[in-house]
Design a protein around this ligand. Structure first.
Ligand SMILES: Nc1nc2c(ncn2[C@@H]2O[C@H](COP(=O)(O)OP(=O)(O)OP(=O)(O)O)[C@@H](O)[C@H]2O)c(=O)[nH]1
Ligand SMILES: [Mg+2]
Length: 423
């Protein structure tokens, strides 16, 4: 007998909606949905299908013929959970659960489950809980008319259904307020850490990118750290930071972050905003892409859109990394190198074999040089503490003593200048 946790037999469906303007290539989309499902422990993905649809049916999402056909399949495979890779309304969910006698989870629900499984820090746990509750709250509202009918109420305002929904909603709101308070406390503690970190002289370099692009592998390779790098979506959730000495360059702080994905639930973006914004307040953003992936262009666009929504604009120093070069055949690999070479801000690499890393590191050093400006300061003798800080941070290029103090030439980033001003 097995004594490990009960495993759930799951099936993945990707609705391919003809009416969807942002329709994704169904093959890779289904593959990604299966990988998402596999990212949850205790799930066995038995099978998967793309379901072509002219448009979503309000009641059951799929047409009746399709529902019967799938019913037979699901029964034969003894499926208990169906993951639908897209939005499913509460009404559609109920109806499909009844028709197939299975549990239904939609894409947002699945991503929330994964995040909840991965969260390690107190902050991460609280953020995921808040996101899940906010999501539940929207489902309550939309389920309302349906519940009214279920309970046989007349459906006018003030009926028994509304009272129940109102009560549920209030309970969620109260819980959200409690979580928010706890989170604020955690964030305050972290701010203390951040102030400590602000004293660190090094420029900050943030690795961002689509989930599974290879950020943690690159991070590990550059820092010698053992951050979980796995062929698993959302392996990394909480940001990790490490010091790295660039060859022929400054020491920097490298940060690894949670991966992005298309249709990232808005509740999650909202919940993780504070953490992400802090990470993204870096001096240099390095966008890591899996260049061997069939949907690499779409993934890059999704990442760009999320970065923009988080307030990272074109003014920020940026590099793009085309990772997993080793997975390409020889000819496309050579072509990719040539294409990357044409753009001074693009680097083709393999985090696995180490190919292309020296050039990338040199570019990081050079970019950081670019974001640093030279400035002349005059400090009075009484400002010894400030002067000491500049030396501690290794920002001083040259110094001359004058009658009333020091003329100092510094080389610093805007972030370092702001730190100096706050002293
Ligand atoms: N062949 C090859 N595989 C790579 C390379 N870089 C990363 N991988 C693999 O890709 C998978 C994902 O790598 P991770 O480093 O965990 O990706 P990530 O971007 O940190 O993913 P999340 O934390 O989920 O956002 C792992 O199986 C890695 O071994 C590479 O250059 N070549
Ligand atoms: Mg990672």
């Amino acid at each position: 007998m097995e004594h490990d946790r009960v495993r759930t037999r799951a099936w993945v469906l990707h609705p391919d909606l003809k009416s969807d303007r942002d329709r994704r290539d169904p093959g890779p989309a289904l593959e990604e949905a299966v990988a998402l499902a596999a990212a949850l422990p205790d799930l066995d993905v038995i099978g998967s299908d793309v379901v072509r649809l002219a448009k979503a049916q309000p009641g059951h999402l799929f047409g009746s013929g399709k529902i019967e056909e799938l019913d037979a399949k699901l029964k034969a495979a003894d499926v208990e959970l169906v993951l639908i890779d897209g939005p499913v309304t509460p009404v559609q969910q109920r109806n499909l659960e009844k028709a197939w006698k299975v549990k239904i989870l939609d894409r947002t629900g699945l991503i929330l489950e994964i995040f909840s499984d991965r969260a390690r820090t107190r902050e991460g746990v609280l953020q995921v809980e808040m996101a899940a509750l906010s999501y539940q709250r929207t489902r309550l509202v939309r389920a309302w008319t349906h519940l009214e009918r279920q309970r046989g109420g007349l459906g006018f305002v003030g009926g028994p259904g509304e009272t129940q929904i109102e009560a549920d909603r209030r309970a969620i709101d109260e819980q959200l307020v409690r979580l928010r308070r706890q989170l604020d406390k955690v964030v305050k503690t972290r701010e203390l850490h951040r102030t400590a970190r602000a004293k660190v002289p090094f420029p900050i370099v943030a690795l961002v990118g689509y989930t599974n692009a290879g950020k943690s592998t690159l991070f590990n390779r550059l820092t010698g750290a053992e951050v979980m790098a796995k062929d698993m979506l959302f392996a990394t959730l909480d940001p990790t930071m490490r010091r790295v000495q660039l060859p022929d360059g400054p020491e920097v702080i490298l940060s690894d972050t949670v991966g992005f994905i298309s249709d990232l639930p808005t509740e999650l973006v909202a919940a993780f905003r504070a953490t992400l914004e802090e990470v993204l307040a870096a001096d240099l953003i390095v966008h890591v892409r899996d260049i061997s992936h069939a949907s690499t262009e779409e993934q890059a666009q999704d990442v760009e859109a999320i970065l923009t929504s988080l307030g990272v604009d074109d003014s920020r120093a940026r590099l793009e990394v085309w990772n997993k070069l080793d997975l390409l055949e020889e000819d496309p690999r050579a072509a990719m190198r040539t294409r990357a070479d044409r753009d001074p801000d693009v680097f083709a690499i393999s985090a696995l074999t180490g190919e292309g890393l020296p050039a990338l590191l040199a570019a990081v050093a050079e970019k950081l040089q670019g974001v640093r400006r030279e400035e002349r300061l005059h400090l009075a003798f009484s400002e010894g503490r400030k002067r000491a800080w500049l030396f501690e941070q290794d920002l001083v290029q040259s110094e001359e003593q004058t009658e009333d103090g020091f003329d100092i030439t510094v080389l610093w980033t805007a972030r370092q200048e702001a730190q100096f001003a706050a002293l």
